[in-house]
Design a protein around this ligand. Structure first.
Ligand SMILES: Nc1ncnc2c1ncn2[C@@H]1O[C@H](COP(=O)(O)OP(=O)(O)OP(=O)(O)O)[C@@H](O)[C@H]1O
Ligand SMILES: [Mg+2]
Length: 301
């Protein structure tokens, strides 16, 4: 059955066995089963206390291998029940959780089969596709990237996504502070409760946030750990501080150049996601070529 622009799943087709995956966010997410005529499928069920039709409608429209697959929405059958967004289940959890699980041996872990480069490209492809479809994700951060059992990175959580180039005017839908582009802070930083001045966010705000995610993938660290919102504002907007890629990281110089372009304060000067992906592909190519040369030198010796 279709409701406006997304599929509706009958409540009776979802198992009553709900296992909590995450309750750190606004909306608890569970692991459960979807009973289909072809058999049972393990799925993720996000119970939305404040359901935004757009979240489901946008996700339903964006079919891409690096975007979490949307199956449908279970509508509430009585007062007090939540809408449930049903998607593919990502077995490894969020990128944020994967980094936390492996942080002690991150430099080795992220270099296995150049995992860091694959994930950087996966994420760039997801955002490139979202932008090609004229949307801005709006909340790009490592907790909103998921890792499936085959090691693919997929973006999720379109809770504050919107058509590009819109001016927004509330505090709650600007994004998440440690990943936010300077323009997304607007003038709310000092008094978030009373100030509701609009700020302009665009696809280039996603580019900024994505560069922080690439930095997390490379460094295994979290942005602005333990800092209050006002401290983040002062560091990012006033002092224009940016993270450093640790010197042991692969392709240090080229990746630093790319990230320096992506997290510029002036949003118009940042590259598009097409350009970010192309630069990653070029760095990947030169990395492979130098590995081949090293291998052939080793063989000839
Ligand atoms: N399909 C999925 N498979 C596995 N884990 C998932 C899935 N969807 C969500 N999660 C887990 O649940 C967390 C929260 O999901 P999501 O970001 O969609 O919720 P939210 O309430 O909108 O979060 P936010 O705090 O960003 O507003 C994710 O960070 C991830 O750990
Ligand atoms: Mg989220």
């Amino acid at each position: 059955m279709k409701k406006s622009s997304y599929t509706v799943i009958d409540r009776g087709h979802i198992s009553n066995d709900f296992r909590l995956i995450s309750n750190k966010s606004k909306n608890p997410v569970y692991l459960t089963k979807w009973k289909k005529s072809s058999g049972e499928q393990t799925v993720a069920a996000k119970c939305c206390h404040h359901f935004h039709e757009d979240e489901a409608a946008i996700l339903a429209r964006l079919n891409h291998k690096n975007i979490i697959k949307f199956f449908g929405v279970v509508l509430p059958t009585s007062i007090g029940e939540s809408h449930i967004i049903v998607t593919e289940y990502a077995e490894e959890g969020s990128l944020h959780d994967v980094i936390a699980r492996h942080c002690e041996h991150w430099p080795e872990y992220m270099q296995i089969e150049s995992r860091w480069m694959k994930w950087a490209q996966d994420g760039a492809r997801a955002l490139q596709f979202i932008h090609q479809n004229k949307y801005q994700h709006g909340d790009v951060k490592s907790p909103n990237f998921l890792v499936t059992s085959d090691g693919t990175l997929k973006i999720c959580d379109f809770g504050i996504s919107r058509k590009c180039e819109l001016t927004i005017s509330t505090v709650s839908n600007r994004g998440s502070w440690p990943w936010m582009a300077p323009e997304a802070f607007g003038s709310v930083a000092y008094d978030p409760q009373s100030t509701r001045k609009p700020c302009k966010v665009t696809t280039k705000s996603d580019v900024f946030s994505y560069s922080i995610v690439i930095w997390e993938i490379m460094s295994g660290q979290a942005p602005h750990p333990g800092k209050q919102q006002i401290q983040i504002y002062k560091a990012v907007v006033e002092r224009k501080e940016r993270p450093q890629i640790p010197s042991h990281c692969p392709e240090h110089q080229q990746m630093s150049e790319l990230l320096n372009k992506c997290w510029q304060a002036e949003y118009r000067s940042r590259p598009t996601m097409d350009e970010v992906l192309q630069t990653l592909l070029d760095i990947d190519k030169s990395m492979r070529e130098s590995t081949c040369i090293t291998q052939s030198i080793n063989i000839s010796n």
